[in-house]
Design a protein around this ligand. Structure first.
Ligand code: PGA
Length: 262
């Protein structure tokens, strides 16, 4: 009798839950929400938590989060160092406000503000050069999914947004799979749909970099994440966290989402 022993790989990826507040909360409201989230989650160590308030609130929220278990992120950045770019914010400005992370390529920026894979790529490279961690968003629209183009669109986003990055860079990159049809609609991807695309993304990362890199990159799911669906999503093999929009605007559901991952 032939005995086949297959060595099981044990891969540890720390779950990361980020709250994307989008264009919500003035400074006082931001301080208030950050304080409540901090109090609700002070004891959580095994999940990495990040809050992404609007630019105007970054510094004040940073004051609240200093020496807490919660990190600060921005929602966008411009890649140039400084200069005549009215309305834009640079990496060093984000750093001086206390940011560790920055979302890039969110579908709302792709849809309303002309973000492309090329601009996402420039932003990701600029962030990495400034020791900031990009959360790179990718994901198909409803019409893409209906036309069976999900993998094609996701591949285009992943390959071109991460073009030219090194394996070492990837240690500081988080990928967020956000199917556009699930964002703000209340309709989340099923756990099977999420896992299928997350696994596909990990396969792409293996082709672009190598297996060890692909295994270590965290891939968040985003799109109508709520306290009642986080558990089944996070149990999927390739789902390593969530990028939460609407449910991050109140401390209670956001804290429940984080605790749903413990
Ligand atoms: P949602 O947004 O949770 O409100 O669907 C997610 C996102 O846009 O990151």
């Amino acid at each position: 009798m032939l005995l086949l022993v297959r060595r099981q790989k044990i891969i540890m990826r720390r779950v990361i839950i980020a709250g994307n507040w989008k264009m919500n909360k003035n400074i006082a409201e931001s301080i208030d929400l950050a304080n409540t989230v901090k109090r609700s989650l002070y004891d959580v160590e095994s999940v990495e938590i990040v809050l992404c308030p609007p630019f105007t609130s970054l510094s004040d929220v940073n004051e609240v989060l200093i020496e807490s278990n919660i990190g600060l992120g921005a929602q966008d950045v411009y890649w140039e160092k400084e200069g005549a770019f009215t309305g834009e914010v640079s990496c060093s400005m984000l750093k001086s406000a206390g940011c560790k992370y920055c979302i890039v390529g969110h579908s709302e920026r792709r849809q309303f503000f002309g973000e492309t894979n090329e601009t996402v790529n420039k932003k990701a490279k600029a962030l990495l050069a400034n020791s900031l961690k990009p959360i790179v968003c990718v994901g198909e629209k409803l019409e893409d999914r209906k036309a069976d183009k999900t993998f094609q669109v996701v591949k285009d986003h992943v390959v071109n947004s991460l073009a030219g990055l090194t394996k070492e860079d990837m240690a500081n990159v988080v990928v967020a799979y956000e199917p556009v049809w699930a964002i703000g609609t209340g309709v989340n991807a099923t756990k099977e749909q999420a896992q299928e695309v997350h696994k596909y993304i990990r396969g792409l990362l293996k082709e672009m970099f190598d297996e060890a890199t692909a295994d270590s990159v965290r891939i968040q799911y985003g799109g109508s994440v709520k306290p009642d669906n986080i558990k089944e999503l996070i149990q999927q093999e390739d789902v390593d966290g969530a990028l939460v929009g609407g449910a991050s605007l109140k401390a209670d559901p956001f804290a429940q989402i984080v605790r749903g991952c413990l």
